[in-house]
Design a protein around this ligand. Structure first.
Ligand SMILES: Nc1ncnc2c1ncn2[C@@H]1O[C@H](COP(=O)(O)OP(=O)(O)OP(=O)(O)O)[C@@H](O)[C@H]1O
Ligand SMILES: [Mg+2]
Length: 368
């Protein structure tokens, strides 16, 4: 059942800026939705619209089956967790966590029970008497989560909750928030501009750009079938490699021809050729994309494309080899690489026709 439904929701700020533009989405009860997009694309605005901190300019938001446009924030039963934790510095951890229950005038014994249970769940029982400023960033984040959990909200909204933490803690907290979601079974809407967080945490990911949804899908769908070049470049540890060129025909056979002065040709599979023919792409400008893990490098490849190695990055057992070709820069991910490439080496690279993405250069949408 849908717990949250957006129907053509838009937000225009008083200065005329369109922060959210015609947003449509249905969130299922218990889902972990990640909203991802670069800075300024409208993620926080969207959360504020859900929480009721901002009014909607156009469209409707339903919480369950109830139109929520005019329901006040405090009546919505939604908890929002901010990047800054927003803890009260003069109150102890216990008082911080119990604050929302105290406001609701809950029974003292009940409050104690709940705070004890939740602080055990997030492993902060030994910090209950301390003030927030004597805790680490990660511990403060746990307190902020506890304070949200005791409210037993219908929906958790999280606005970049991990962005102030260091890389190790962020990875650890990512898994803890995932576990928390499994434990609670409540709907989570999590905002980030970090594609790794999106890919690792979301049941479904919503990719946004300039206030608009670019794509909604599972992490696998978004990674393997990006709707357009923006998503292809945004999602993935290394942006997808993009070659500029056009579609050329020789008799019945179609090729991808690179744009630069030393013209090179890439073979295309029969399936791709058929799609290009029916879409009238012959002679048109397109962009060819390939993921870094799908590029082969070597001296014995059946290939005529030359790669000049400019940089090598080692991450654990993976090696990211940056190279220049056709006057542009590309990256190949080699795992368990036994060869010893050095900066300045010249090798060849190859791409299988099955691993190619093609994008319409004009619309930037995926052709295949
Ligand atoms: N009160 C406001 N009045 C006018 N414009 C605003 C207001 N609040 C935000 N904006 C603008 O709306 C756009 C979206 O802002 P928002 O805070 O939702 O972005 P965001 O995706 O959360 O970005 P970030 O990743 O940097 O947090 C931005 O261009 C911002 O400048
Ligand atoms: Mg924001």
């Amino acid at each position: 059942m849908a717990i949250l439904t957006f129907n053509n929701v838009s937000k225009v700020y008083d200065n005329g800026f369109h922060a959210v533009d015609n947003f449509n989405l249905s969130v299922q009860d218990g889902e972990f939705i990640v909203i991802v997009g670069s800075s300024g694309c409208g993620k926080t605005t969207l959360l504020r619209l859900i929480a009721g901190f901002e009014t909607i300019t156009d469209g409707e938001i339903y919480i369950r089956d109830k139109l929520a446009n005019n329901i006040q924030a405090k009546e919505r039963d939604i908890a929002m967790i901010f990047q800054s934790h927003a803890l009260f510095p003069h109150l102890s951890v216990y008082e911080n966590i119990s604050f929302p229950l105290k406001i609701k005038k809950a029974d003292k014994t009940k409050i104690k029970e709940k705070v004890t249970a939740v602080s055990k769940l997030l492993k902060i029982s030994s910090h209950l008497d301390k003030k927030p400023n004597s805790l680490s960033g990660g511990e403060r984040q746990h307190v902020a989560l506890c304070r949200a959990i005791v409210r037993e909200p219908k929906i958790f909204l999280m606005d970049e909750p991990l962005s102030s933490l260091d890389a190790t803690l962020r990875t650890q907290m990512r898994m803890e928030i995932k576990k928390l979601h499994l434990n609670l079974g409540t709907t989570f809407i999590y905002v980030t501009h970090d594609q790794t967080e999106a890919i690792t945490m979301g049941d479904r990911i919503v990719v946004m750009k300039d206030g608009k949804i670019q794509q909604v899908g599972t992490p696998e769908e978004i990674y393997e079938k990006p709707n357009n070049i923006f998503i292809a470049k945004f999602i993935g540890n290394h942006a997808m490699n993009i070659f500029n060129g056009s579609i050329l025909s020789e008799g019945e056979t179609l090729y991808f021809k690179t744009d630069d002065e030393i013209i090179s040709y890439f073979n295309l599979s029969a399936e791709v050729q058929n799609i290009l023919k029916s879409g009238n792409y012959i002679g048109k400008k397109v962009q060819l994309g390939v993921r870094s893990e799908k590029i082969s490098l070597g001296n014995n490849l059946n290939s005529t494309y030359t790669a000049y190695i400019t940089m090598i990055e080692k991450i654990g057992s993976d090696r990211y080899v940056y190279f220049s070709a056709f006057n542009a820069s590309y990256c190949a991910k080699l795992s368990n690489d036994t060869s010893n490439y050095k900066i300045g080496d010249t090798v060849t690279f190859a791409i299988s026709e099955d691993d190619i993405y093609l994008f319409d250069a004009e619309t930037e949408n995926t052709i295949i």
